[in-house]
Design a binder for this molecule. Structure first.
Ligand code: ZN
Length: 290
């Protein structure tokens, strides 16, 4: 099972999150049949969201990250809660593009220019909502920019997804390291030095997929105290019952139109790609109960 840790470091001047999301991202790849570059894009966003979900106060709160761009994937939507449940989809899961100059999956190119929206639903009437322009579309940079500009928290964000030759997920994961407001100059420069040593998050993940080991490796010569450990997973909360409620909300006229041809009606949950089929007879029963 995928593991996520929270930690404080360098005399509590740093707040840290690290996660291994390999199985979660592989689940998404399999459910949506994503191309390798879309798997990398969606996987990075899901990995970031899983960590950001635990930053919410209550476990019932919900975080949504939306990316829209002019690249071929067109957009990504991911949600995560405080309990390690994360789900997401790409608007065009089959999008492909040439590898980058360095021979890597070109996430920035498949996303293109666009924006990132962060929505925190705390069960209040107006969810917190912030939209910023994408910096590079590489997602790690974009989340770091969100923390710096919208939350005024300087953060180092590293996210990576490495694929196998057969296009399944070899390893996925990442980290978020944030400076507390009282962090000293010494702490800041030490963190900068430590982060600058990481040239590739994916090769780091490939060497060590345990999040604690990874965090201790990044923050070398720094005291690290693990404060919380959680499992994360791809989990969608859709059900036949929920889909039926959505049907009911369409109203009688539209439902009658749906079964005009007396054929089964198929509804798809875009988050997990599950199909729900309703026979004309079942739809008629729903209409009768209205
Ligand atoms: Zn679903």
């Amino acid at each position: 099972m995928d593991k996520m840790i929270r930690a404080i470091a360098d005399n509590a001047q740093l707040r840290c999150f690290a996660v291994n999301s390999t199985e979660t991202v592989e689940y998404a790849r399999n459910a949506h049949n994503t191309s390798p570059v879309v798997t990398a894009a969606l996987g990075r966003l899901m990995t970031g969201a899983a960590m950001m979900g635990t930053m919410l106060g209550e476990e019932s709160e919900l975080l949504t990250l939306q990316i829209t761009g002019d690249g071929d994937v067109r957009g990504l939507v991911v949600t995560a809660d405080g309990e390690g449940n994360v789900k997401g989809y790409a608007k065009n899961p089959k999008a492909i593009c040439p590898a980058s100059v360095a021979g890597k999956l070109d996430v920035g190119r498949i996303i293109g220019r666009g924006s990132l929206t962060v929505i925190k639903d705390m069960g209040l009437a107006d969810p917190y909502n912030s939209t910023i322009e994408l910096v590079s579309g590489e997602i790690g940079d974009d989340l770091a920019n969100y923390f710096a500009t919208s939350e005024q928290v300087p953060s180092g964000v590293g996210l990576g997804v490495l694929m196998n030759k057969d296009n399944t997920v070899r390893v996925a994961g990442g980290f978020i390291i944030q400076l507390m407001p009282f962090a000293s100059e010494e702490c800041i420069s030490k963190l900068e030095t430590n982060l600058s040593r990481i040239t590739s998050v994916t090769s780091l993940l490939d060497q060590m997929n345990d999040p604690e080991e990874m965090l201790r490796f990044i923050l070398q010569d720094t005291d690290v105290e693990i404060t919380d450990t959680k499992n994360i997973r791809f989990k969608c909360n859709c059900s036949r019952n929920r889909v039926e409620k959505a049907l009911i909300s369409m109203g009688k006229l539209q439902l009658e139109e749906l079964i005009d041809k007396n054929e089964p009606v198929e509804l798809n949950c875009q988050f997990c790609n599950t199909d729900y089929e309703f026979s004309p007879q079942e739809i008629r029963e729903i209409i009768r109960a209205l």
